[in-house]
Ligand binder design. Structure first.
Ligand SMILES: Cc1ncc(COP(=O)(O)O)c(C=O)c1O
Length: 389
């Protein structure tokens, strides 16, 4: 029995996995158990923000592991405080809640928004169709894609869905019980769709007028992926809280919700918690990620994100099956007139990891350290595969 056959025997069948076993990574590349090299434009789906085997990140994690891996949030730790300070200093937020994943950060946001709304007996939350917010019960209810909710029975009450990028549709589901609006500034799993700036501005204005909480899900599009530390900074619209996770600690599990004081005040001790949230190991890793982003990597994404768009548009000109190029920075996608699964299978065979976002979209979410040469290498392999379709 080979490794992945063994995996199928003992690991629960929740993923359609490719038949490769990854063993190590270095920079923009990963290697399988047979030593085959792959250019990695998936980065753990927007997680390995500094690439693989980043020296400073690895050394910091190793040193922290020798010092203090974990202690309860009953006590203070310096890595957590310095991380929170950095996030506050570089954003419009006042307080951070730490957890371990995107879905948990969404749960925190749903709960705090309802706590806020409870004061005025409001509890409904509007989310968007085609959104994705995670797999826990609250997050999957907030997710505006019914196929993820099939067979689960009763979902969280009080969630309403509006069309993305359609302000009138939002007004139609707004009631006097609405307390919050949750939106991805760029829809990720839904197919890489950026929000219109004017639409977000209108939502902000509505929230101000009606005392609604505006929540941004930046789990995928945050942490430098658009070329700014937080995604909202790219759009110039400030929410009352953001959820982020994925790339924040460069591959060590971490999620967080950053909130304005007026919202943060809705949580009192005991209202919400997480055993591992912001533990010294994850927080020390995240400190490295934030430092590196602020010290040049954000500029790399801004500059080379434009280059990636150019290269994808060149492919679009060449292949009529590419119907659209969308996205920003290092979160981009191409939509095709055919399903993309066979194309992705073939790029993997040719040493390039890519991931879909829905049936017809290939998404590009490489490490934020990806350079022009990697974009060239990626487009060359993709070009040669596309020429066969
Ligand atoms: C926008 C968004 N929100 C939330 C999540 C859930 O994150 P996690 O898988 O870490 O729970 C994801 C995961 O893909 C996501 O893309």
């Amino acid at each position: 029995m080979n490794t992945f056959e063994q995996g199928k025997e003992v690991v629960m069948n929740t993923y359609n996995r490719f038949p490769i076993v990854l063993e190590k990574g270095d920079g923009m590349y990963v290697y399988d158990e047979n030593g085959k090299k792959y250019l990695d434009f998936v980065a753990g789906i927007a997680v390995n923000s500094l690439g693989h085997n980043h020296k400073k990140l690895a050394e910091t994690i190793a040193k922290q592991a020798e010092t203090l891996i974990h202690c309860s949030n009953l006590y203070w730790t310096k890595p957590q405080i310095s991380l929170a300070q950095k996030l506050v200093d570089n954003s419009d937020f006042d307080k951070i809640f730490f957890c371990n994943s995107g879905a948990e950060s969404i749960e925190a946001a749903l709960k705090i928004a309802r706590k806020y709304g409870n004061k005025t007996e409001r509890y409904e939350i509007i989310t968007m169709k085609h959104s994705f917010h995670g797999r826990t019960f609250g997050a999957i209810t907030a997710t505006g894609q019914p196929h993820y909710q099939e067979g689960l029975g009763a979902l969280l009450p009080g969630i309403k869905y509006a069309e993305y990028n359609n302000f009138d549709s939002l007004l139609k589901v707004l009631t006097d019980k609405t307390c919050a609006i949750l939106i991805e500034p760029v829809q990720g799993e839904g197919g890489i769709h950026p929000a219109d700036v004017e639409y977000l501005k209108k939502i902000r204005k509505l929230c101000d007028e009606k005392d609604l909480i505006l929540l941004f899900d930046e789990v995928q599009c945050g942490v430098g992926r658009l070329g700014t530390l937080f995604a909202y900074q790219t759009f110039g619209v400030v929410p009352d809280a953001v959820c982020t996770a994925k790339g924040i600690a460069g591959g060590v599990p971490m999620g967080l919700m950053a909130a304005k004081q007026k919202l943060a005040d809705s949580f009192k001790p005991g209202d919400h918690a997480s055993t591992f949230g912001g533990n010294p190991l994850a927080a020390s890793a995240a400190n490295v990620v934030i430092n590196e982003l602020l010290n040049g990597i954000l500029n790399n994404v801004k500059e080379n994100g434009i280059y990636l768009t150019e290269k994808l548009n060149e492919l679009k000109k060449k292949y009529s099956i590419i119907t659209d190029v969308r996205g920003l920075g290092y979160m981009q996608g191409i939509e095709l007139s055919i399903p993309v699964s066979d194309i992705i299978n073939q790029t993997i065979e040719n040493g390039l990891l890519l991931v879909n976002a829905g049936k017809n979209v290939i998404r590009f979410v490489p490490s934020l350290t990806a350079e022009k040469s990697h974009i060239d290498e990626m487009t060359e392999i993709l070009d040669s595969v596309l020429s066969k379709f």
